[in-house]
Design a protein around this ligand. Structure first.
Ligand SMILES: NC(=O)c1ccc[n+]([C@@H]2O[C@H](COP(=O)([O-])OP(=O)(O)OC[C@H]3O[C@@H](n4cnc5c(N)ncnc54)[C@H](OP(=O)(O)O)[C@@H]3O)[C@@H](O)[C@H]2O)c1
Length: 253
């Protein structure tokens, strides 16, 4: 069965990213062709190789890029013209970049503090704009009220730091909270146009494994995150989740 649409995932790494891509790309789950974006070409190639062997009929392609506007726009142009994705409409776009920084505040300097505001928050802005452009190109400009169907789903993987920030995580918290607000503003602006925007708060460890810790609810599996994202992407305009907590059963909250 050929893929029914296209997913774009930035933050394609061996933990959460692998599970999201595997579920979205699996013919018995999302059945989407998946474009995988991250900075390191070798790591990305390894991930694509693993996914292709785990999902033999899946379509997975690598696009090495960081989140700088120029490179990210180039990656979207390459995805658009890639022959594996010919004729496929974008249905799901996921911003799941890994971002962490911890430093006592009086050792912080302006440049280091601002870095994730540019690379993480700015990256999320450009990724969103490119994804939304593609949703309109592929599904038309009509609003839901004018008879358009849902155009697609844009999901941001967030963390608890987007809501409540710990000591020494000032820069991290500022960037995570900013992306949460970006997601909220986009949801309000884009929902009537047929684009569903969701922000998740992942609280606890996510691992791409099936072991004692995942079976007993100590850690989340990456596949379970993928299944949740697939469910979000399948929601119809009569009910759109904007934000949801993800945590394993044993995680305190
Ligand atoms: N794993 C967990 O326990 C956990 C728990 C809660 C929340 N989360 C969230 O889930 C998301 C994924 O995290 P993960 O730890 O599971 O990692 P992952 O999905 O295994 O990989 C994420 C990938 O993001 C890529 N990346 C980082 N900065 C980038 C940039 N500027 N541009 C493009 N790609 C970039 C990295 O690859 P390159 O270095 O090659 O770019 C990395 O491999 C993050 O938002 C994280 O905060 C994870």
């Amino acid at each position: 069965m050929p893929p029914s649409g296209l997913a774009i995932l930035i933050g394609a790494g061996p933990a959460t990213g692998a599970g999201i891509a595997r579920i979205l790309g699996h013919p018995q789950h999302g059945n989407l062709a998946v474009a995988l974006l991250a900075r390191r070409p070798e790591a990305l190639d390894e991930l694509v190789g693993n996914l292709r062997s785990q999902v033999p009929n899946g379509v997975f392609e690598a696009f090495p890029t960081d989140t700088s506007p120029e490179r990210l726009r180039k990656a979207f142009a390459e995805i658009k013209s890639h022959q594996s994705f010919s004729g496929l409409k974008l249905t799901t776009s996921i911003f799941s970049v890994k971002n962490s920084a911890k430093k006592p505040f009086m050792q912080e300097n302006f440049e280091a503090f601002m870095d994730p505001l540019e690379s993480y928050v700015g990256g999320a802005m450009v990724f969103s704009q490119e994804s939304i452009k593609r949703f309109f190109e592929d599904h038309g400009e009509k609003t839901l009220a004018e008879g358009s169907e849902k155009k697609g789903t844009l999901i941001f993987t967030g963390t608890l730091g987007a809501l409540r920030c710990n000591s020494e995580f000032a820069s991290y918290g500022a960037s995570r909270a900013s992306v949460r607000q970006l997601a909220q503003a986009l949801a309000r602006e884009m929902s009537p146009k047929g684009i569903h925007v969701a922000h998740t708060i992942a609280n606890g460890r996510i691992t791409d494994a099936d072991n004692e810790d995942t079976r007993t609810g100590k850690h989340m599996t990456a596949d379970a995150v993928g299944k949740t994202y697939l469910w979000l992407s399948q929601q119809e305009p009569c009910l759109w989740t904007h934000e949801l907590d993800l945590r394993p059963a044993q995680e305190k909250f």
